[in-house]
Design a protein around this ligand. Sequence first.
Ligand code: NAP
Ligand code: ZN
Ligand code: ZN
Length: 350
Amino acid sequence: MPTARAFAVSSPTARFAPITIPRRDPGPTDVAFAIHHCGLCHSDLHTARGEWPGTVYPCVPGHELVGVVTAVGAKVTRFAVGDKVGVGCMVDSCRTCRACQAGLEQYCETHGTVFTYNSPDAHQPGHRTYGGYSTAIVVDEAFVLRMPANLDLAAAAPLLCAGITTFSPLRTWGAGPGTRVGVVGLGGLGHMAVKLAHAMGAHTTLFTTSAGKVADGQRLGADRVVVSKDAAAMAEVRPEFDLIIDTVAAAHNLDAYLQLLARDGTLCVVGAPPTPHPSPNTGLLIFGRRRLAGSLIGGIPETQAMLDFCGAHGIVSDVERIGPEDLDRAYDRMVASDVKYRFVLDLPQA
Ligand code: NAP
Ligand code: ZN
Ligand code: ZN
């Protein structure tokens, strides 16, 4: 059986260390590719450090992987050796339920979504799926994305999670010219939300806890930046937002943002902190017919549409590239909100 080099943690408190993992021989509909780069998502950290329940060790995180095709199965029609491809948070699903049929595999109704890491691996019983902090992977072509030729491959890697997770709610709730969008948190997801909302033509306001990120917020496309720890600045913001996307990785008071929604506005939570947010004041929903919503990544067709949108608009992530020896330090910096604005791991090539 083929193998790959990978970087894994063996417990919630362990440091990253190299291991060898099995990768299956490509089946008829599989695409094998060499992973060149993989973004670091805060979800990787929640999983690796056991902040969410259910992590099985050793754990190889990474669900923003990009690389170059090395082999394809006999029935593969859409990819060829040498193509630049990507894989996001999913590598399979049941494919038959209503959600899968609708191209919303992330909401698979049979609980058949196979996540890129830490899911049971039907191809290799006894193993979990192992993610993109590794040198190679084999994925069914139905879950492989085509990377736009004009985008830098390393800088485009974070589109596979941070990009689609913010693109999907922006599209679902109609961000565009004449709408007002708020983004809470300027990390990996938040900076993509700012770039995408701006590119869609929405008036975009960034809320950040970090006074040092104001200039970057403006450079990335925010029409206005509000430091959320500044009570006087927050009090000046009117209830004007059609959509606020909350990307914060820690529990916090949602009322501060619910009260800034216009009538019929939506607060969409995408941040997934280890402990729940305090229950919101439902009076803020009733007076104003406001909505509190959530959103999980995006389906495969929408992910390809997002990549094509980014290709057409020249949108990539602002990345800081690291080697495997930097993984633990990068995680510590993520916890400290010190990310500008996505770490991307460069994988050693054989
Ligand atoms: P990240 O790069 O670490 O950014 C999170 C940002 O939240 C920080 O940069 C910071 O921005 C803000 N923040 C404020 N207070 C914080 C605190 N106490 N601890 C941490 N961050 C704080 O994380 P990310 O990769 O964008 O992910 C954000 C969250 O989304 C995570 O919980 C992740 O698991 C989740 N996620 C969800 C989905 C989904 O499908 N729904 C997909 C991917 C990730 P400021 O400095 O600007 O305040
Ligand atoms: Zn992610
Ligand atoms: Zn399904």
